[in-house]
Design a protein around this ligand. Structure first.
Ligand SMILES: [Zn+2]
Length: 59
C-alpha cells in the first residue's frame, strides 16, 4: 500500500471508482486518483466474507 506517486493521495482513500470486475481471484477495482492516475487494485476473496447481492440461496 503506497500513496500515489503523483500527488501523494493515500491508497486507503478511493477518489473515484471507475469500474469493478469479478475475476477468479477476487475483485478487480479500477480507481482514478485526484491527479488523474488510474490505478488497478485486486482484492482477493476472503473465505468467510459474504458476497453482497448474491442470488444463491441455501433454501
Ligand atoms: Zn494522485
Amino acid at each position: 500500500m503506497d500513496d500515489c506517486p503523483g500527488c501523494g493521495w493515500p491508497q486507503g482513500e478511493v477518489y473515484e471508482v471507475l469500474s469493478r470486475h469479478l475475476i477468479s481471484e477476487g475483485v478487480v477495482t479500477y480507481t482514478r486518483c485526484a491527479c488523474g492516475v488510474v490505478q488497478v487494485r485486486v482484492q482477493p476473496f476472503e473465505p468467510a466474507a459474504p458476497v453482497s447481492g448474491a442470488s444463491a440461496s441455501p433454501r
